[in-house]
Design a binder for this molecule. Structure first.
Ligand code: BES
Ligand code: MN
Ligand code: ZN
Length: 509
């Protein structure tokens, strides 16, 4: 198998490249019977090589230029490469980097056995270079632990007029750094829960930091694992309440990046839900809902990866990822509906549903993060099925304070990930605070409506009034369907790209 793929930026014309296969984008221009297929920027010389026969050739093969469409054409010498892969980009009006990212991902899954590939997709500025690399890299992902994946190209050249400009080479380097971490998150999420336990997840995070820590610039990256006993001494009732039901004991992982040359840089805390498996506990899930619950540590994986990216990119921001890790299982020691837990910092919580476990482990982690005095807290979790009901499986819920939410939204504009803001209503926060007769807060009220909002209101109680955002990624973190665009089936690595852009914004503000 060809293992590693090398990405290079190159100036050059796609009709003359010596690669085995050339990829171009084709878009739709006009409406109805006057609709034409037009090559996207970068692909024109290829279309010109076929001349007036280009559009009829594609049309005869049933290619309509829609997003997600592909067509492989033997070139028969019309251009130097032996194979041409045409990818649809949809309507030419409103073409955005994100369409290019998705098309590049589709291309990656359709290059077949070509050993070398030239991408002649729109790459006229740094933003598009980034989208092409991110999309192709992301679309090439395969989870290879248990099943041999197909061949991948050894060489991928991104053809670009600005190939030698620094902003372009920076964009390539950045896309490779973030892409590798997105792939790491996908591997972690896809690892079955019998292998990825709280302890082995913590070890994997530690091992990754050691690997990354070799570079001098990364000496500011540290990992600390708080074990079960230490969590007990600290009074982390939420993590223990959930985690003691499993033979795989819980822990909390902290990953910190401190730029050595910028000790006064802005400080941010990221908190991620790390449930390595969610059976529901005594409030057990129906069998079919349990199947994908190895994905319930996606938030923890995303925040850990984002801090690694900050270190790799040497971002001038001080950031800690707080990742409470636990397995939600059933045993004689399992938490019961009706139990009261005392969280880190002393707030008491009445548990009504052991399947609403995410908010319990997050409570401790948030309360600990608050004590370090960050300027903003972003918490990421596969928190509620209700959020998936509301927004589907490609859009995450975004909750919280205007300022932090606005920065996440601006970051998401660049990353291409989709978020939709939902409210934390004051009356819901009041219910969380008032509806338990015996504890400070009520975890769950068995009312079906607005379940994502209740969960958001609950976690916000532990943010200590600091500027806060909550990202409910229960839908987009795990793709239970077929691959689409640059997204594979299974773990998607959702939120990593947005978090990195968010940290960059915070660093520069
Ligand atoms: N991990 C689940 C949420 C989830 C659902 C993630 C679907 C990914 C896909 C979470 O712990 C959970 O079970 N939430 C409950 C909350 C309820 C008991 C208030 C849910 O959504 O049903
Ligand atoms: Mn649950
Ligand atoms: Zn869960």
């Amino acid at each position: 198998m060809r293992g590693v793929t090398t990405y290079t930026l190159r100036k050059g014309s796609p009709d003359r490249t010596g690669s085995d296969l050339v990829v171009i984008g084709v878009a739709q221009q006009g409406e109805g019977s006057s609709r034409k297929l037009v090559p996207c920027p970068g692909g024109e010389p290829v279309a010109e090589a076929w001349g007036r026969k280009f559009d009829p050739l594609l049309t005869a093969m049933g290619f309509k230029g829609g997003a997600g469409e592909v067509l492989k054409v033997p070139t028969g010498g019309t251009i130097r490469a032996g194979q041409l892969l045409v990818v649809g980009l949809g309507p030419v009006d409103g073409l955005a980097p994100d369409h290019v990212r998705r098309a590049a991902g589709v291309a990656a899954r359709n290059v077949g056995n070509a050993a070398s590939v030239a991408l002649a997709l729109p790459a006229h500025d740094a933003e598009h270079v980034r989208a092409v690399v991110e999309g192709f890299r992301s679309g090439s992902y395969a989870y290879a632990a248990y099943k041999k994946p197909g061949d991948r190209p050894g060489d991928v050249a991104i053809l670009s007029d600005i190939a030698r400009r620094k902003d372009a080479t920076d964009a390539l380097a950045r896309a490779e750094v973030v892409g590798a971490l997105v792939d790491q998150v996908r591997d972690w999420v896809n690892t079955p829960a019998n292998e990825l336990t709280p302890a082995s997840f913590a070890e994997a995070v530690t091992a990754l930091a050691k690997k990354h820590g070799k570079g001098a610039a990364k000496s500011g990256l540290t990992v600390e694992v708080v074990d079960t006993d230490a969590l007990g001494e600290l009074g982390c009732g939420g993590i223990l309440g959930v985690g003691m039901s499993s033979a795989n004991l819980p822990c909390l992982v902290k990953v910190t990046w401190e730029p050595q040359d910028a000790p006064d840089a802005p400080q941010v805390a990221l908190v991620g839900k790390g449930i390595t498996y969610d059976s529901g506990g005594l409030t057990i899930k129906p069998g079919s809902s349990m199947v994908t619950m190895k994905c319930d540590m996606s938030g923890a994986a995303a925040v850990v990866a984002a801090v690694h990216a900050a270190a790799d990119l040497a971002l001038p921001v001080r950031v800690t990822a707080w990742a409470p890790m636990a397995e939600n299982m059933i045993s004689g020691q399992a938490m019961r509906p009706g139990d009261v837990l005392t969280m880190y910092g002393g707030k008491t919580v009445e548990v009504r549903n052991t399947d609403a476990e995410g908010r319990l482990v997050l409570a401790d982690a948030l309360a600990m993060a608050v004590e370090t005095g960050p300027e903003a807290i972003v918490e990421v979790s596969t928190l509620t099925g209700a959020c998936v009901v509301a927004l589907g499986d490609r859009i995450a819920g975004l909750f919280g304070d205007d300022d932090v939410v606005a920065d996440v939204q601006a970051a998401a504009e660049v990353s291409g990930e989709k978020f939709w803001r939902l409210p934390i209503p004051e009356h819901t926060s009041e219910q969380v605070r008032n509806e338990s007769e015996i504890a400070d807060l009520l975890q769950h009220n068995w009312v079906r409506w607005g379940g994502a909002l209740w969960a958001a209101a609950f976690v916000k109680e532990f943010a200590g009034g600091l500027p806060f955002a909550h990202l409910d990624i229960a839908g987009p973190a795990f793709n239970t369907g077929s691959p689409w665009g640059h997204q594979p089936s299974g773990g998607t690595g959702f939120a990593v790209a947005t978090l990195v852009d968010f940290l960059e914004r915070r660093a520069n503000r």
